[in-house]
Ligand binder design. Structure first.
Ligand SMILES: N[C@@H](CCC(=O)N[C@@H](CS)C(=O)NCC(=O)O)C(=O)O
Length: 204
């Protein structure tokens, strides 16, 4: 299997860490959505990562679809997202907020680094920062103890950690540990685990 995308993407990283937890071996094709845009579009028509190329050549894209497939292969007992009921909805809700946070941080990077000089809109940046801070506040209020959803680590913790490390690295000023102590502790706890250390955040 080939995981397409770079480890500075929280969407790619949540998949890599999940594959490590499931014990699924994979190769990486660390191509850039900017520098290698043609190659990325050849794999995913949207030009986005991650994509997962299965051994028979079938390609999955969008991290949620890939994780769904991995959970299906792992089976009910080992799935990182519960397979039904309120427990499933709770994990998916946390993932939606964490993923939305990452979308806002990616948007902030785009608005500040990809815009032509003189076209940066402070109002857009402020809106993105407000949305990111609001998402952080919602996750912090869940007071992970030690996990976000229930007694065991789930996809909510993996996705939140991938998003928080991306935020910490790209826009650390939005994520002070003094304001979000429970999330800072969750991130540190997860990042110390072997499946996270095997696929660290990296500017490739
Ligand atoms: N919903 C998608 C989001 C993936 C995503 O936005 N990936 C970013 C990389 S961090 C990307 O490919 N951006 C390129 C673009 O949108 O042009 C998923 O969960 O896989």
């Amino acid at each position: 299997m080939i995981l397409v995308g770079q480890m500075d993407s929280p969407f790619v990283r949540r998949v890599a860490v999940s594959m490590n937890i499931h014990g699924v071996a994979f190769e990486r094709q660390a191509i850039s959505v900017f520098a290698d845009a043609d190659q990325v579009r050849a794999v995913n028509p949207l030009g986005k990562v991650p994509a997962l190329i299965l051994d028979d050549g079938e390609t999955l894209f969008d991290s949620q679809m890939i994780l769904d497939h991995l959970d299906e292969q792992a089976g009910h007992a080992r799935a990182l997202t519960p397979t039904s009921g309120p427990e499933r909805r709770d994990v998916l809700r946390c993932c939606a907020v964490a993923l939305g946070l990452s979308e806002k941080v990616v948007g902030l990077n785009f608005e500040t680094k990809q815009r032509a000089p003189g076209t940066i809109d402070d109002g857009v940046i402020q809106r993105l920062e407000t949305q990111a801070t609001s998402a952080l506040g919602w996750l912090e209020a869940r007071q992970p103890s030690p996990w976000l959803c229930g007694p065991a680590m789930t996809q909510a913790d993996i996705t939140a950690t991938a998003s928080l490390t991306h935020l910490f690295t790209r826009r650390g000023e939005l994520f002070p540990a003094s304001r979000f102590p429970a999330l800072a502790a969750l991130r540190q706890r997860c990042e110390a685990l072997p499946p996270f250390q095997a696929s660290p955040f990296a500017d490739e």
